[in-house]
Write a protein that binds this ligand. Structure first.
Ligand code: DLL
Length: 452
């Protein structure tokens, strides 16, 4: 009898611990059938909503001969039109809004190829939904109101800082709104304030880990125990390195501005895939070439449909992120689909130290200045787990000289312009005219040596 009682107690304790690590058990552990019903009901409503509130979608529906009533359940999603970054740019800045601007309470943006940013709009309800999504993530990592979060994602137009901030506040934790950079101060406050959860990109976490190793305080004076790392691709090897060097558990957090920001997906304690918040964002995996749905478990392009968004809903938004989905229930108890690590992107966007960079942005900066030829070669690498970039740029004949100080001046000028427009420090190496190999077909402008 005693043995049975002790087993019961053990089971009860395990259940309670598990429940503590699930923010919204009703949704996160809902049966797949119930979830499907919820998704179907929300998709029907969404088709009707966008048709009646966004001229962009009404036009698309009409062109396809589609009526909102044709969407009866979630399987009908394949009838809906795709959207992509270009649609957002073409409708810059507020053309895709489904509500009057008086209902928009937040505007975020991410950089893009044309120089015009991609704009994302949120109503109060959208912010609440996003905050709920991130609260689920942080709770899954085992964070509670007793934690102190250091949010070292950039605050501003980028969704990382404010997104993590709101999620941490919502679970009742204390938040240090650090933003990125200022590395020595990051370490000092981490020590003095007793930071227990660190939110930043994995590459910045690595930089912090190195700085921490050389700092004046021993590791046992730090309370750090959890890392919420994302915004750029990272590997299992990197996770291992971060976990051992920082002495923490490192969890993945996935998201993109267009869909809300961080918290579209998150890992649980099983670290066996990234759970997607499917009740808000319906995921599909498509063949990137044909747009046809791929069988479960196969690699393809991740595509999302907003099921509840009010401000700027997107239907079948092509993320260009390559991954696969798995639907069997997770050992943590969650039924939400699990996504593999993002393998990469099917377009040419690079992510360097967490910043999105398009080669055409570099070209546009180079061409805006008179001294350089439009010929460049970007080499991206990863040294000591931090991204490095060297940009070779040709100088025009009339500006090219053997005089060192003039050339250094030119180099600094271009570096400053790149930093101001793209928001990233490139190491520029100026080369003489015609030094960069010409191509007769597509020019190869990027050599990415990182092993991601
Ligand atoms: O990076 C949102 C975010 C902030 C996510 C903080 C996680 C943490 P964007 O700047 O719009 O938004 O970039 C989105 O970054 O399409 C992926 O290619 C990549 N990405 C984001 N999270 C991950 C991740 C934010 N965990 C783009 N793993 C996405 C791999 C990621 N890639």
């Amino acid at each position: 009898i005693l043995l049975a009682y002790s087993y019961l107690c053990q089971g009860y304790t395990q259940l309670k611990t598990r429940q503590k690590m699930i923010w919204n058990e009703t949704i996160e552990c809902m049966s797949r059938e119930q979830l499907r019903d919820l998704q179907s009901q929300r998709l029907r409503k969404m088709a009707d909503y966008v048709y009646h509130n966004t001229p962009f979608y009404r036009k698309k529906f009409q062109e396809m001969g589609l009526e909102p009533g044709d969407i009866r359940d979630i399987d009908d999603i394949v009838k809906l039109p795709f959207t992509n970054k270009l649609d957002l740019r073409d409708n810059y800045p507020f053309g895709l809004t489904a509500v009057p601007m008086s209902q928009i309470v937040r505007i975020h943006a991410s950089s893009g190829t044309t120089g015009k940013p991609v704009v994302v709009l949120y109503t109060r309800k959208d912010l609440a939904m996003w905050t709920e999504a991130i609260s689920r993530a942080f709770t899954a990592y085992g964070a509670t109101k007793n934690d102190i979060f250091q949010v070292s994602y950039g605050y501003g137009l980028f969704t990382g800082g404010l997104g993590a901030h709101d999620g941490a506040t919502n679970i009742g934790a204390s938040v240090i709104p650090m933003s990125s950079g200022n590395t020595q101060k990051q370490i000092t406050l981490m020590h003095d304030f007793g930071t227990s959860v660190l939110c930043c990109t994995p590459s910045y976490a690595m930089f912090l880990a190195e700085t921490l190793k050389d700092c004046e305080w021993p590791r046992d004076e730090f309370k750090l125990r959890i890392g919420a790392f994302g915004a750029e691709p990272w590997t299992e090897e990197m996770r291992h390195k971060l976990e051992t060097s920082l002495g923490i558990k490192a969890y993945d957090i996935y998201g993109l501005s267009e869909i809300s920001g961080p918290g579209v997906g998150y890992e649980c304690e099983c670290q066996n895939g990234t759970h997607l918040n499917e009740d808000y964002f319906y995921p599909e995996i498509l063949n990137p070439e044909t747009g046809e749905p791929m069988p479960e478990g196969q690699l393809g392009e991740l595509t999302f449909t907003h099921l509840t968004k009010e401000g700027m809903p997107l239907l079948r938004y092509r993320t260009h992120d390559l991954t696969a989905l798995h639907y069997e229930k997770c050992a943590c108890g969650r039924t939400l689909v699990r996504m593999d690590r993002i393998l990469g992107r099917c377009d040419d966007m690079l992510i360097i130290r967490g910043v999105n960079v398009f080669p055409s942005q570099i070209e546009s900066v180079i061409l805006s200045l008179p001294e350089y030829e439009p010929h460049f070669l970007l080499t991206v690498d990863r040294k000591d787990n931090t991204d490095t970039s060297e940009l070779q740029v040709e100088v025009k004949e009339e500006y090219y000289t053997d005089e060192m100080s003039t050339m250094v001046g030119l180099q600094k000028k271009l570096e400053a312009e790149l930093r101001s427009v793209i928001g990233l420090g490139f190491k520029v190496r100026l080369v003489e005219p015609r030094a960069i190999e010409r191509s007769t077909g597509k020019a190869k402008r990027v050599i990415d040596k990182r092993k991601l």
